[in-house]
Design a protein around this ligand. Structure first.
Ligand SMILES: [Fe+2]
Ligand SMILES: [Fe+2]
Length: 317
């Protein structure tokens, strides 16, 4: 028996009723017209490369569902305010939609893709599991749990989501086809909200942490900056970018057709600019020290086994 590619299984229909519950909850905006994509219009290699970036994005979005559901669980155990859970509940449904959009566009663009091309990884969190509540030391273990949740939110939302926003803005600009543009626009609207959630949630959690947890959060900032720099910029460094301007503008659809891809240089340019202009001031506002974290990020080399924190829109390796 031949196994279907995992990405196809991930988006396949189940029952009629489950399908309608899912669409009511998850398809908030009109669903893009995937059937209108004209495969014959584009060169196979262009479609293959774009599909590769979209499928990597789909897997990163799936990682967000996995990470945010763990944060919901931790904050529930820590008896955190319901408003945190309410906002997170929206994030979850958004990320499910993003998985679907990104997987569907990849499958649509590259119907020739073999099963191996659309193979799906099991999501794994880029951090250790949440600590358990000890019934005999409830206050103390709840504090540890809030610290864990703050580190996860810092990494996945405050950094990851805020970084993905300008990357999606760039995808909207460079895409020369209506389908990748529509998918990027839908995701972009949500990621704006997700980044905001990250900093609001940190503003709530920070004052409830003790010094040890605050220090652990500051260390996590260094580790996460190192991880994002590796996964987003690859071999491109700040110095590489210093001497020349990276122009991210609309492409000529005939000369430079683009199905929703950015180069490593473009990812890197967006990464460094976003850190400086948008992220560092917000981190300072919640009481963290981003400049120190940046200077100390070399202390955190690439992990041997654990997957790294990654921006939802990072370039595919
Ligand atoms: Fe997302
Ligand atoms: Fe998100």
């Amino acid at each position: 028996m031949e196994l279907e590619a995992d990405a196809r299984r991930i988006v396949e229909a189940t029952t009629k009723k489950l399908g309608s519950m899912h669409r009511n909850q998850v398809h908030r905006d009109p669903w893009p017209d995937f059937a209108a994509f004209d495969v014959a219009r584009y060169d196979r290699e262009l479609r293959r490369q774009a599909a590769w970036q979209w499928i990597a994005r789909a897997q990163a979005e799936h990682g967000s569902v996995h990470q945010f559901s763990a944060v919901v669980h931790a904050l529930t155990e820590a008896r955190a305010p319901m408003e945190l859970l309410g906002a997170l509940a929206r994030l979850l449904t958004d990320e499910v939609r993003h998985v679907e959009l990104c997987a569907q566009i990849a499958l649509t663009m590259y119907p020739e893709g073999a099963d191996a091309f659309f193979k799906w990884r099991t999501p794994r969190a880029p951090w250790p599991d949440a600590p358990k509540i000890d019934a005999n030391a409830r206050e103390a273990t709840e504090l540890r749990l809030r610290g864990w949740a703050a580190r996860a939110i810092l990494t996945a939302c405050a950094l990851g989501e805020t970084l993905s926003e300008p990357m999606l803005e760039a995808l909207v600009v460079v895409s020369t086809d209506p389908l990748p543009r529509a998918c990027s626009e839908q995701i972009l609207k949500d990621e704006r909200f997700h980044g905001r959630f990250g900093f609001e949630a940190l503003a709530v959690l920070m004052p409830t942490l003790d010094d040890a947890e605050k220090n652990a959060l500051q260390d996590q900032l260094s580790r996460a900056l190192a991880g994002f720099e590796r996964t987003t910029c690859g071999k491109t460094t700040v110095q590489d970018l210093a001497n020349s301007e990276v122009e991210i503008g609309p492409r000529d659809p005939e000369a430079e057709p683009n199905l929703g891809t950015l180069t490593e240089r473009e990812f890197a340019a967006i990464f460094y600019a976003t850190l400086e202009q948008r992220i560092f001031p917000e981190l300072e506002a919640v009481g963290l020290d981003p400049m120190r974290a940046w200077a100390e990020r070399g202390k955190f080399p690439a992990p041997a086994k654990r997957p790294e924190a990654s921006a939802e829109t990072r370039a595919a390796e």
